[in-house]
Ligand binder design. Structure first.
Ligand code: UGA
Length: 432
């Protein structure tokens, strides 16, 4: 397929990645956002998100003349053959996905769409949204296609350009083929299906992955209770090819802008059609319980003495490789510790980019570790595992480290007098 004119509405991590990668594939792309500050920032070379390789590709796209940015929605879509909707669908009060942004944008563009244009739902939308968009557009000369994204924050560019599969949901095979052809040189399996199935694939992929993590975190707690080693058990499990190894790393629980929102939304969606997704509901509860268990473990090891106890929280984002703190387990755990009276001080390598969160934080890891009684490694940033155990020992007042990501070498820490506690592993004795 030749170069196509594409408009991408919304420049969050899905929209910005989609637009930039489509330009990289050779298409002519205009990205549009109603946030003028965001567009100005991108144009000045500062991306609103921390995403590996994205800044380079944005710069390349702009230099090639194939990638532009604007706040002018109607002008951007007027001559586009394809319009990707990459809009936020946050959780409403009742747990459902709030699609107000989609309704508003579709309402503003419907009469300006070019005849023959295809409107594509890219961001995660409730099942039946494609039909809703068709109704909102109300035109027979415009097609709608569902093309869910499977991009992980932090590796979104790689996930876009080297996907496991591309999913296209359509009610018109020609429109579906046209959207699939946009991915030109990308070699991967293609699933072309109906709208509801495509929309369900997206939700259930996230729900299933979240379920695996809740499973392994429960396993960690079980191993802790019986004296087994969770990492050894996981190794033994994952060598079974039927189980596989991905998304079975224990940790502080899953968070971010997708799993929490999407598991809530699909549970709610099921209840609306008289169904119950009990495993998904339990997955959510298990995740919340796991975070409470971690807070209990920390309290227990500090002798339940929180007053005057300084906790250094290492990592505030929901995982490494992103500056996103939405529904971050680190913040949930940090906040719970603060509520129990601990003096919590947070640090994250993306510090200057952190937006609105309620804990005290400092700009350097040294400032965070200084005089800490307890350190909690909540995010798997390499900085935390490459910092010498001696530095932890010199800076900290106490000798307890909770490694929620299993990234520290417990033997090396024990050798300098620090006890690294992990959920589901026996402690390594400190050598005097
Ligand atoms: C997730 C999905 O992985 C993407 O495929 C999907 O496109 C995206 O949501 C979305 O719906 O937009 P993301 O939220 O960026 O991507 O993060 P993940 O890498 O999936 O991690 C989610 C959470 O699970 C993080 O808190 C992470 O630390 C945790 N996790 C992940 C574990 O605790 N253990 C693991 O083994 C894997």
């Amino acid at each position: 397929m030749s170069r196509q004119k594409i408009a991408v509405v919304g420049t969050g991590y899905v929209g910005l990645t989609t637009g930039t990668c489509m330009a990289h594939l050779g298409h002519q792309v205009t990205c549009v956002d109603n946030d003028q500050g965001k567009i100005e920032s991108i144009l000045s070379g500062v991306l609103p998100i921390h995403e590996a390789n994205l800044a380079e590709l944005v710069a390349q796209g702009r230099r090639s003349g194939r990638l532009s940015f604007t706040t002018g929605l109607v002008d951007a879509i007027a001559d586009a053959e394809f319009v990707f909707l990459c809009l936020p669908t946050p959780t409403s009060e009742d747990g459902s996905a709030d699609i107000a942004a989609i309704i508003e944008v579709v309402g503003s563009i419907r009469t300006s769409l070019k005849p023959g244009a295809v409107v594509i739902n890219k961001s995660t939308v409730p099942v039946n949204s494609a039909n809703l968009v068709i109704d909102l557009i109300g035109r027979t000369d415009v097609d709608v296609v569902s093309n869910p994204e499977f991009l992980r924050e932090g590796s979104a560019v790689k996930d876009f350009l080297e996907p496991d599969r591309i999913v296209v949901g359509c009610n018109n095979a020609i429109a579906g083929d046209r959207v699939a052809a946009l991915y030109m040189d990308i070699r991967c399996p293609l699933v072309v299906t109906d709208f509801a199935s495509a929309e369900t694939i997206k939700y259930m992929a996230n729900a299933y992955l979240a379920m695996r993590i809740s499973f392994v975190n429960e396993l960690a707690s079980f191993c802790h209770a019986i004296g087994a080693d969770v990492l050894e058990v996981v190794k033994g499990l994952t060598l079974d090819k039927r189980i596989g190894s991905s998304f079975l790393t224990p940790g502080p629980g899953w968070g971010g802008s997708c799993f929490p929102k999407d598991t809530r939304a699909i549970s709610h969606g099921a209840s609306e059609v008289g169904e119950r997704l009990q495993l998904v509901e339990t997955t959510i509860r298990a995740n919340n319980d796991h975070q409470e268990r971690i807070v209990d473990l920390i309290s227990l090891h500090s002798g339940n003495k929180s007053t005057g106890c300084r906790v250094c929280l290492l990592g505030l984002t929901f995982k490494a490789g992103t500056d996103d703190t939405r529904e971050s387990p680190a913040l949930v755990i940090g906040q719970a510790l603060a509520n129990r009276g601990y003096d919590v001080l947070g640090y994250d390598p993306t510090y200057p980019r952190l937006r609105g969160y309620g804990l005290k934080s400092v700009e350097t890891i040294d400032d965070a570790l200084k005089d800490a009684d307890i350190a909690v490694v909540a995010t798997e940033w390499p900085e935390f595992s490459t910092l010498a155990p001696e530095t932890y020992a010199e800076m900290m007042r106490g000798n307890l480290i909770f490694d929620l990501r299993y990234i520290l070498d417990r033997e090396q820490f024990a050798a300098v007098g620090l006890e690294v506690i992990t959920m589901g592993q026996r402690s390594v004795l400190i050598r005097e």
